[in-house]
Write a protein that binds this ligand. Structure first.
Ligand code: IPE
Ligand code: IPE
Ligand code: MG
Length: 251
């Protein structure tokens, strides 16, 4: 029925916003007898090719989970390498991002990051702020619970200043203060590495996102894997609480 209504000439359904948990770097390296940090290095390369493929497929927004608020509990040597890799990636990829029309933003608790990293992040955000081809968000020192807490603090402060009444606090008011304010919620969530959990990623924004889990480790994630996830999304019937009949627009 649906296929008949959509017609064979309909363009393929591409998610507007894709959110990815880039997991499995450490295990990928360990399985090869390499230090975990080699997996992160390879993962950084795959992040770049994934951005390129998102552009090719016409995705409008891509949000990548690079380092969680809980990842600070890892051995200090691993954290140090990850922070160094972020710095290197920013330095080496800034020009490509600008040329490819990518607008880069970081989400997460920046106060926990080193001053040089914070400065580089702000510099690349500014340099790419006029770009419109792809909105790229990289989550560093990010936690979904942290995000809801920081939004709650902003709301409480606005109420305290008398700028906002209690009745003004609705879903939109919360959304407007979260890290992804102004972006549509992710349509498609992808997690590589075999685990089937959210791990404190975008807790609020994933309310109606289609979830896709890929057993391959992030360093093995290819354009084909990405295409398969998009195909999965295209086959989903998004009901948002309504009935299938309503969504299909039947009589
Ligand atoms: C994801 O890969 C990268 C970060 C969390 C920083 P992992 O480092 O979690 O790799 P696994 O899950 O241990 O294999
Ligand atoms: C989630 O992966 C965070 C990132 C990929 C950045 P983790 O490896 O930290 O998640 P858990 O610990 O397996 O849930
Ligand atoms: Mg992991």
């Amino acid at each position: 029925m649906v296929l008949a209504q959509q017609g064979v000439k309909d363009p393929p359904v591409v998610p507007r916003h894709v959110a990815i948990v880039m997991d499995g770097n450490g295990r990928w390296a360990q399985q090869r007898g390499l230090p975990r940090t080699d997996g992160h290095r390879e993962g950084s390369r795959v992040a770049r090719t994934t951005v390129e493929h998102a552009i090719r497929r016409g995705v409008d927004a891509l949000t990548l989970f690079a380092f969680s608020s809980e990842n600070w509990t890892r051995p200090v040597e691993e954290v140090d390498v990850l922070m160094q890799l972020f710095l290197e990636a920013l330095d080496s990829q800034a020009r490509d991002l600008i040329e490819n029309g990518v607008r880069l933003s970081f989400i997460g608790d920046r106060s926990t990051l080193s001053a040089p990293l914070q400065e580089d992040m702000a510099r690349v955000e500014l340099a790419t702020s006029g770009n419109t081809r792809l909105r790229l968000q990289v989550a560093v020192s990010y936690g979904g619970r942290w995000d809801i807490v920081q939004a709650s603090r902003q709301l409480a402060a606005a109420v305290g200043r008398g700028e906002l009444g209690l009745d003004d606090i609705d879903e939109q008011a919360v959304s407007d203060r979260l890290s992804l304010a102004g972006l549509p919620d992710p349509d498609l969530f992808i997690r590589t590495g075999g685990e089937r959990r959210i791990s404190n990623f975008l807790l609020w924004n994933l309310a109606y996102t289609e979830l896709y889990f890929c057993d391959s480790a992030w360093p093995d994630f290819s354009a084909d894997h990405f295409d398969r996830a998009i195909d999965y999304f295209a086959a989903c019937e998004r009901r948002f609480g309504a009935t299938s009949h309503q969504v299909r627009g039947g009589p």
